[in-house]
Design a protein around this ligand. Structure first.
Ligand code: FAD
Ligand code: MEZ
Length: 568
């Protein structure tokens, strides 16, 4: 057979990859994370960094996957299906793979096997179970471990990272040394006011206050784990620059996830991929008893714990849930990772949790047209202008997402262009990625750019905008921050349209990250953090507030879950 396993078998028996050479024992010996098999890959081929430097022309993991298991994509006995092609359309040369195949996603939850696992009883007992390996989950797991708990993190995908590893723009924080160094005046009150105003005052003010107060601590915590958050920009709806990300303007998500993965390994936290939680199990008194995990190799098993933290992310990739909760968006593209299937909402609802604002879904105005690739809001924050198909501006580029999306949908053909020049590319590393993906139109003059894109009014728009920028006053749309003009060739344009980006609603929580039931009482032992929860963002989230949420409330959930379990 022409597959990876047969190729490796030529070097020896099955033991080349597996713990044992005996067929009948392989399944028993294999963990869901395929830890031994991955170590074997690395023993022969070297670590990921060696591989990229020596043998690959470009690094397919650089944009967001980072250091993940080799077996996430390189499966042995079946033709690999490429994880990347769930969002991209690469024709990738990968040994033994079909260059265009997409990885199939998620199976059905088998209720009979779930019940059998519960009846059999737990195969393992820990203090805290964290469900989901995005930023909220890792922050919870690390915090629970640091508080003295024995922790396991379960991740359903073959890799950790979720939507968090796609985060582009940054993390919002007020009162950081970075703001002070740039002389930016800001306050907790302003942060909270901006979040409330952006959320159309539907946010839970108590949650917003905590987010604002603890945001600087969140950045400091990430830095203490090894992250760099030295670049500072402004996001839509914020009155000052408070969106932090790595120096040079690199994407925030992959960097945070890399940092958290390493921090979890250093602290000996058991992170298990290919492990989907399909049930939260309760005791007769309704306190948490544990979960049922469906492991790729181990099958259905119950794991007991007094505390469970739900950190499963949103439902932006679950078409049925979007169609049910927000039918007007059901046919929209989505910027989300395939992992965003709303499992946490289903798991929590099933055991009586209450939901907040569950029907509020955010459209991001600038997803690459006809693609799933987000063009970060910070491209506008750094200086890009947004124009319609005729090349005319139609709204302040720094307005909130709901307003920008609505405005685009009112333009001809319901899409827009972002236009910028080389000055912006020099400040913003991630734009190189868009170029690499073939998304940018490029020309040496604005006139030429207008010609190749059909935006006949673009030259006049650029002259007008440069005038406003020089005067520091946008007479057309009142944009109050215009860091760059359009003057340095080459000039670029990228087509954008709104698409599903964030699910604001979710599981109801209190300020200690306890999940609330239909009577608004704490559910004993159940905690939640991150995009699976509702309440913090009201009806419209501001850019940069979700990553801040995952750190602030992820930490809180982990600490309180540990406290709860250790007290029992
Ligand atoms: P996720 O990071 O999505 O992690 C959830 C994890 O749980 C996933 O890995 C998933 O596989 C796992 N999981 C789900 N169900 C189960 C189950 N049943 N069993 C086990 N595991 C399960 N926000 C910002 O503030 N700043 C930004 O710059 C920014 N940029 C963004 C860019 C993009 C393209 C996208 C899509 C979002 C962006 N956001 C940004 C939003 C932000 O990234 C997310 O809201 C946030 O990362 C969610 O983190 P989380 O930990 O709650 O969930
Ligand atoms: O918070 C976000 O979703 C964000 C900043 C996204 C982006 O456009 O970069």
């Amino acid at each position: 057979k022409n597959d990876l396993a047969s190729f490796h078998a030529e070097m020896g028996d099955c033991q080349t990859c597996h713990v044992t050479g005996k067929m009948k024992d392989i399944k028993k010996s294999m963990t869901d994370s395929q830890t031994h098999e991955n170590t074997q890959c690395q023993d022969c081929h070297g670590g990921y960094a060696d591989l990229v430097n020596d043998k690959l022309e470009f690094d397919p993991h650089a944009s967001h996957l980072g250091e993940i298991n080799c077996t996430s994509c390189h499966s042995g006995h079946a033709k690999p299906e490429l994880t990347c092609n769930n969002c991209h359309n690469f024709e990738m040369e990968m040994p033994f793979a079909d260059s265009k195949a997409k990885k199939k996603w998620d199976g059905d939850w088998n209720q009979e096997k779930i019940q059998q696992a519960i009846a059999k009883g737990p195969v393992e007992t820990v203090d805290v179970i964290v469900v989901g390996g995005g930023s909220a989950g890792f922050n919870a797991a690390i915090s629970a471990k640091m508080a003295g708990a024995n922790v396991v993190l379960f991740e359903k995908a073959p890799y950790t990272g979720g939507n968090s590893m796609l985060a582009a723009g940054g993390i919002n924080a007020v009162g950081t040394p970075q703001q002070k160094a740039k002389g930016i005046e800001d306050s907790v009150e302003w942060y909270a006011e901006d979040a409330m105003k952006g959320g159309r005052n539907k946010n839970d003010p108590k949650l917003v206050q905590i987010l604002a107060e603890e945001s600087a601590g969140a950045v400091a915590w990430l830095e203490s784990l090894g992250a760099n958050m030295d670049d500072l920009k402004r996001s839509g709806g914020a009155r000052v620059e408070r969106t932090h990300r790595p120096s040079g303007g690199a994407s925030v998500g992959p960097h945070i996830i890399d940092t958290l993965r390493k921090a979890a390994i250093e602290r000996d936290i058991s992170v298990r991929v290919n492990s989907r939680i399909e049930k939260i199990v309760l005791n007769d008194d309704k306190s948490v008893a544990g979960v049922v995990v469906h492991g790729r190799h181990s099958g259905y098993n119950m794991v007991a714990a007094d505390s469970v933290v739900l950190a499963t992310g949103g439902y932006g990739m679950n078409k049925q849930m979007v169609a049910y909760y927000r039918p007007t968006m059901k046919d929209m593209t989505s910027s989300n990772n395939v992992t965003a299937t709303g499992d946490g909402v289903l798991l929590a609802k099933e055991i009586g949790a209450s939901m907040t604002d569950i029907d509020w879904v955010q459209a991001h105005p600038t997803i690459g047209k006809d693609s799933r690739i987000l063009i970060s809001e910070t491209v506008r924050g750094v200086g890009a202008i947004m124009v319609n198909t005729d090349g005319q501006r139609f709204i302040s580029e720094l307005t909130t997402r709901d307003r920008a999306s609505d405005a685009i949908l009112k333009q001809k053909d319901q899409y827009a262009w972002l236009v910028f020049d080389e000055q912006l590319v020099e400040k913003k590393k991630m734009v190189r990625g868009y170029e690499h993906l073939g998304m940018l139109s490029k020309a040496n003059t604005i006139e030429e750019l207008a010609k190749i894109t059909g935006m006949s009014d673009l030259p006049k728009t650029a002259v007008d905008y440069n005038k406003y920028q020089a005067a520091g006053k946008d007479d057309a749309f009142g944009r109050d921050d215009m860091p760059l003009n359009l003057s340095k060739p080459p000039f670029y344009a990228v087509k954008v349209a709104p698409g599903i980006h964030h699910t604001m609603g979710g599981v109801a929580v209190d300020t200690d990250a306890n999940v609330l039931n239909l009577q608004s009482w704490k559910m004993d032992g159940l905690f939640a953090a991150g995009e699976v929860t509702g309440g913090l963002h009201g009806h419209n989230r501001l850019g940069g507030n979700a990553i801040a949420e995952t750190v602030v409330f992820g930490r809180k959930a982990g600490e309180n879950a540990a406290k709860h379990a250790l007290k029992k």
